[in-house]
Design a protein around this ligand. Structure first.
Ligand code: ATP
Ligand code: MG
Length: 448
């Protein structure tokens, strides 16, 4: 390798994004809000590995799905030849873990997960190769009540996040037997309209015709709209279950529309399926999808165990939050400490620690490659940090035993002299004020 090669910049993998400090506060706000809502419904967190045996997804998701056909990052472990895959979704992993650790031995479990997923797709707005999902899985629950609960939990979350343009689409895809009857009729319907099927649809005609209903091809919409509807094939139990879900949603004034064409990408779904969609994100408008997957545990070798869950796409939801126009840029700290000379630097380090003891967020100015810098350049840093106060310590302050405390957000730049021992009390008073319930560790001040 030549020297020029060695010094060439290495850039990240296409479709896999860095989340930069400017965006981190929005992620944190989002994640905290989701965690709080999940907790308020009694869901417990589970963390599974990012790498799983390839067979888990191949068997769980179904061979004729976008994910398994063309989107998985699969590789052979060079150490032992194991076939492994970066998880493209997490339901299969959660079910594997629940089974492996017999989590439902003492009753059904409400679980949630959060983290990166990997799919080899064409990167575009709202579609990445590493993206993030937060999802919930209710394992061992059989009734329409949990389906409705999951949906209502999502609704609460959108409300708490201030998202208004997200609407619920609902459908039931029945059980395997009902789908088989429908499938036969669907195939003959599509065969009658063979001239309208695109290449993708022709490929799916006999392997997974239900997915043709899911097509995004505008030229096929009319034909697909008039196709036999699975809803008309539901037996009594499936219909009662679906009605049960709707009854609870109606009773709680959760609006929804029934979309008879709604199917989900994975083979393991049955009965209730739902998606939360928005018109604000272009063609990547689905922000959350879920449904019931009663057959999955058994497919993985467990006892028949009904279950239901959903996964939301974090990037898409964050984009929706940004579209609302609100700014989510918190200040880096409450207090920025500047200093000049060694005695001042030593005193500044002590003051910084005392302020942190008192629960404040403090940035202590530190030397960079250009050195510690003049007071003027340090004050510029203080300003950029968004700190409400700067503490200034130089030779004079050391002599007096008191620092200068400057109000950064005050037009006149009001300054006070405060003895070193009193600074923590003084600043807590100023910053937290008479907000008695204020929890220091949690406080975040946002620029608006
Ligand atoms: P799509 O039809 O958009 O490909 P999907 O049916 O493959 O979605 P699911 O597997 O149901 O998506 O995943 C749940 C959610 O995760 C989606 O609704 C979406 O918000 C998000 N998501 C899925 N794939 C990606 C991706 N490649 N990049 C970003 N978000 C994604
Ligand atoms: Mg997809």
């Amino acid at each position: 390798m030549s020297d020029t090669k060695k010094t060439e910049k290495i850039v990240g993998v296409k479709g896999m994004n860095d989340i930069l400090p400017a965006d981190a506060p929005l992620w944190e706000l989002f994640e905290n809000t989701v965690h709080t809502v999940l907790k308020s419904y009694g869901f417990q967190q589970i963390r599974t590995p990012i790498v799983e045996p390839t067979a888990l997804f191949a068997r769980g998701l179904g061979a004729v799905t976008d994910i398994v056909e063309k989107e998985m990052y699969s590789f052979t472990d060079s150490m032992n030849g194991d076939e492994l895959t970066l998880r493209p979704e997490c339901t299969a992993s959660v079910v594997r873990a629940a089974l492996e650790h017999n989590l439902t031995y003492d009753g059904p479990k409400r679980l949630w997960y959060s983290g990166p997923m990997f799919r080899h797709e064409r990167p575009q707005r709202g579609r990445y190769r590493q993206f993030h999902q937060i999802g919930a899985e209710a394992i061992g629950f059989s009734g329409p009540d949990i389906d409705a609960e999951l949906i209502m939990m999502c609704q609460r979350l959108w409300d708490d996040l201030g998202l208004q343009d997200v609407r619920l689409e609902l459908n039931s895809i029945g059980n395997a037997e009902e789908r088989n009857k429908h499938r036969a009729d669907l195939i003959s319907y599509f065969e009658q309209h063979a001239e309208l099927l695109d290449a993708e649809a022709q490929k799916r005609l006999h392997s997974n015709p239900l997915r043709i209903l899911d097509t995004k091809n505008p030229a096929m919409q009319e034909m697909v709209n008039a196709a036999p509807k699975l809803l008309d094939y539901l037996g009594e139990d499936s219909r009662a279950h679906f009605e049960g879900v709707q009854k609870i949603l109606n009773h709680n004034a959760i609006p929804f529309t029934i979309n008879p064409r709604l199917v989900r990408g994975m083979d393991y779904y049955n009965r209730t399926v739902f998606e939360w969609v928005t018109d604000q994100l272009g063609s990547q408008g689905t922000v959350c999808g879920g449904g019931r997957y009663d057959p999955l545990v058994e497919m993985f070798g467990g006892k028949p165990t009904p279950a239901c869950g959903f996964a939301m796409g974090v990037e898409r939801l964050l984009e929706l939050m940004k579209a609302s126009g609100e700014k989510f840029t918190p200040n880096q700290c409450d207090v920025y400490i500047v200093h000049q000379g060694e005695p001042a630097q030593l005193q500044a380090s002590v003051v910084a620690e005392r302020l942190r003891d008192a629960g404040l967020d403090v940035v202590l100015h530190c030397a960079a490659s250009a050195g510690i810098g003049s007071f003027k350049s340090q004050m510029k840093r203080a300003d950029n940090s968004g700190a409400a106060y700067a503490v200034i310590i130089g030779e004079d302050e050391i002599a007096k035993g008191a620092a200068v405390v400057k109000e950064m957000r005050d037009a006149e730049g009001k300054q006070s002299e405060v003895a070193f021992e009193g600074i923590a009390d003084y600043l807590v008073d100023q910053i937290v004020g008479d907000d008695h319930d204020h929890d220091h560790a949690d406080h975040v001040h946002y620029h608006h």
